[in-house]
Design a protein around this ligand. Structure first.
Ligand code: FRU
Length: 478
């Protein structure tokens, strides 16, 4: 089956075949998580964009629903957007209708609606499309119910102007521009795309804050695509960003790998959760990656939170969704405590695995974590104690020559609180996701080893360090 394909992820969402980019129109309803996505069912390059649709009860096992595709029409291709459940039937499509808003893209980019009265099994396009037209490039509508003023709120990426436009509407059809955010703020390169706006509690503190996700491409910290975000306040009309001590709006990144883009959240997730999924690739080389029957996978689902880091600033945390724990199969290795020196300790690892560990650098300058195979292909991660950062070097990780932008080293601040660095590392057939303790940082990178990494080596440089609570779980997916 397609599952045997060499680089086809075993536990990440992929399209059955064809090209995929952004996750779209994600919503939760009646126990099911719905994930639509930018899809070209006719080939493995970006073309003929429509919305594919997959459904899951546990965020891990995805069932493909080819019938719910929203297809190109006279208004153009179907670009990215969002879905919302219209509980009161305010749009006239019935109570509890699922309403998708997307960009119709031809010569211009205009915003359209499609609705479903069968929980997303089938969508009907609104016959009054488009519902919003601007004379400049604007796309990726993110629509949600704004309890502040009891109206629908829409955030739209004014792509070339590097700003997010905020609209409101009583009925999803008639939109009034309320404000704009972003000119001159944050990372300003490339285009601004795929916004999301949501409120979150601050971990361990009493207040709540709003988070504005702003995907941009190119201009990410390691080239190409990446997700920046702003933390601030939203009064139902205007978003204002917090500033740092010097009065500046800081630039913050949601993930410090090269392969994390177009990240947005599910609407209506249960228990106040803010669950996101991102596209696990980069526009620099997405059409060239060495997969066969499909192109691109999505990240593991992640829970968003806000925490205060040792530098006194608020940041967004990304923790693997609790459902991800169910992937753990056998505990193939467990080490409660061991010292690390310049000679590496090595452990065998299964092809698909989760590796958890805590490192106490003590007097060491750095701790090196290497994943390698018999052919000498390797990924080298280094925790540097002085800068409290983790780097990830994939220059010798396997097949890297399909693009000059693929071989790279990425680096993330670790925001370590105390003296222990906690890590969770997820290895699938062509990706590695690293999460800091409590989601304090995330780093997502694709890798294409000719044979699976089979060995984990850990060592310290410039002094001895300690490794504790090492747990290697095999991952099994039924
Ligand atoms: C982001 C993006 C969106 C657009 C879509 C088209 O990756 O460029 O802005 O809607 O992809 O496929």
């Amino acid at each position: 089956t397609s599952n045997r394909e060499k680089f086809r992820p075993a536990y990440h969402h992929t399209p059955l075949y064809g090209w995929m980019n952004d996750p779209n129109g994600m919503f939760y309803k009646d126990g099911e998580w719905h994930l639509c996505y930018q899809w070209n069912p006719y080939g493995s390059k970006w073309q003929n964009l429509s919305w594919g649709h997959s459904v899951s009860r546990d965020l891990i096992h995805w069932e493909h629903r080819p019938d719910a595709v929203i297809e190109p029409d006279g208004l153009g291709m179907i670009f990215s957007g969002s879905s919302a459940v219209d509980r009161s039937g305010s749009a006239g499509f019935g109570k509890d209708a699922v309403v998708a808003m997307y960009t119709s893209a031809a010569a211009s980019q205009i915003q359209s609606l499609a609705w479903s009265d069968d929980n997303g099994e089938t969508f009907t396009k609104y016959d009054g499309n488009p519902v919003l037209t601007l004379d400049s490039e604007a796309r990726d509508p993110n629509m949600f119910w704004g309890a502040e003023r009891n109206v629908w709120i829409l955030v739209l990426a004014h792509a070339l102007d590097h700003e997010m436009l905020i609209f409101s509407s009583p009925d999803m059809k008639d939109w009034t521009l309320e404000s704009s955010f972003g000119r001159g703020l944050g990372a300003q390169d490339g285009v601004w795309e795929c916004p999301d706006l949501f409120e979150l509690p601050v971990n361990g503190e009493s207040g709540k804050k709003w988070v504005l996700l702003c995907n941009l491409n190119p201009g990410g910290p390691f080239g190409g695509s990446a997700t920046q975000y702003f933390i601030g306040d939203f009064d139902g009309k205007t978003f204002t960003s917090d500033t740092d001590d010097s009065g500046k709006v800081p630039t913050k990144w949601l993930d410090y790998g090269k392969d994390h883009y177009a990240t947005v959240s599910f609407s209506d997730a249960p228990d106040g959760r803010r669950t996101v999924i991102g596209w696990m690739s980069n526009w620099q080389y997405a059409p060239e990656v060495p997969t066969m029957q499909f192109r691109s996978a999505n990240t593991l689902p992640r829970e968003m939170g806000i925490f205060r880091a040792p530098d006194g600033q608020l940041y967004v945390s990304s923790t693997p969704s609790p459902e991800v724990d169910a992937l753990r199969g056998a505990l193939v290795k467990s080490v409660s405590k061991t010292s690390l020196g310049s000679k590496a300790r090595t452990y065998s690892i299964p092809e698909l695995c989760e590796i958890d560990m805590e490192i106490s650098p003590k007097k060491a300058e750095s701790v090196e974590i290497e994943l390698s195979n018999a052919a000498g292909e390797k990924v080298v991660m280094v925790y540097d104690a002085k800068s409290d950062s983790l780097s990830f070097d994939r220059r010798k990780s396997g097949i890297v020559d399909f693009s000059q932008d693929f071989p790279a080293v990425t680096v993330s601040p670790a925001y370590t609180d105390g003296d222990k660095v906690g890590l969770r590392i997820f290895i699938d057939r062509s990706s590695i996701e690293v999460f800091g303790k409590d989601g304090r940082f995330a780093m997502t990178n694709l890798v294409f080893p000719n044979s699976p990494y089979s060995r984990l080596s850990v060592r310290a440089t410039g002094g001895s360090a300690r490794l504790s609570d090492l747990k290697i779980y095999s991952i099994t997916v039924e």
